[in-house]
Design a protein around this ligand. Sequence first.
Ligand code: ZN
Length: 415
Amino acid sequence: MGGVKTNVKVLGYTEDVKTDNCSTESITKRVYTILDHFQNAGRGTGIVTTARLTHATPAAAYAHTSQRNWENDKDMIKAGVTGDCTDIAYQLVNDNYDIQVAMGGGRRNFLPNTTFEPEYGRLGKRQDGIDLIERWKEMQSARNRSHQYVWNNQQFDSINPKTTDYVLGLFENSHMQYEVDRNRSLNGEPSISEMTGKAINILKRNTNGFFLMVEGGRIDHAHHDTKGALALEETLAFEEAILTALEMTDKRETLIIVTADHSHVFTIGGYNNRGNDILGLVDPFDAEPTLDGMPYTTLSYGNGPGTNFTAGRQNLSDIDTKSFDYVQQSAVPLKYETHSGEDVPIFASGPVSYLIHGVQEQHYVAHVMQYAACVGDYANDCDRQIETVQTCAAFHISYKNSILFISFLIFLVVS
Ligand SMILES: [Zn+2]
């Protein structure tokens, strides 16, 4: 998001800020993200996630903190933090009220521990007594902005994207539900695709273009539980959101980037015959039979909670491995499966998508977005009359006239 590498768990700061260290945070060490650049240029910005709005990926777009886990002030008090650092929910409302669309989960981080949230009647987490949802409404009212706070489907459906300029949606106390579990009733919550569509309809009214980040945040969570079927189903919901964005935008003026921030120790194994169910057992006529004589699944994990070694490997012959609750077997027993280190894919369509190819360092992506949109380091790029890079010239010039109308989407698969 910011175009530089930094320390683990640090968001929106250079490597001079040490992890978990409030005293090293300072405004001079801040990194400005693609979202910041769009706001500074008077363009629209939005964040959609199925995780908490204060979770690492969405927070990386707007927050500045030495610890991604400081999602509310209680988290900081528990960690014994001293100094004038602020938590991520506080920053979203107090420092980022210009974000036009922010939708996801995480209601508990915005409410005081004396206020019950409406869906489950649970108390909020905040110890500073601040109701950040009420504060967000006050911030928008004070600026005479048409705005709406929503927490369920009925309210979500009532948002008129033609007349509403600012939306805060907090659809769950913590993360939003998995798509397969999602409550679709009026009291329930929208899909990631529905949130994406609503966000684009609001943001595309900004004639200067927009930046929208959409995170399918729960693919990662299903993987941590080594629930392969659930992770793949959640990926299909994410794909729906990408298709929605592709349908609603013009690729001559909208750059769409789809990528992930990391992988998981998730593999597809065996020599299956064509048509063998991806969620099922490896074909018994496999050319490489198991040494223990028991079947195994096509999907498996390098580590995770699915294998109890004291009991030996479970015989899967009578197990429904296609269930969304099925926990895949893994080589090393852990409570939660881990992230992994291989390269992740990145796909792009639209203006300057030719810059997304081959193998790149991850911080490169933010620079491509800045370049494409003529913001940040490339703020004056759109004034250039002559393209010196001949191979790129034709494409670049062809959209140059409409570059101020370029809008952006980034999709991140996992957090
Ligand atoms: Zn993860």
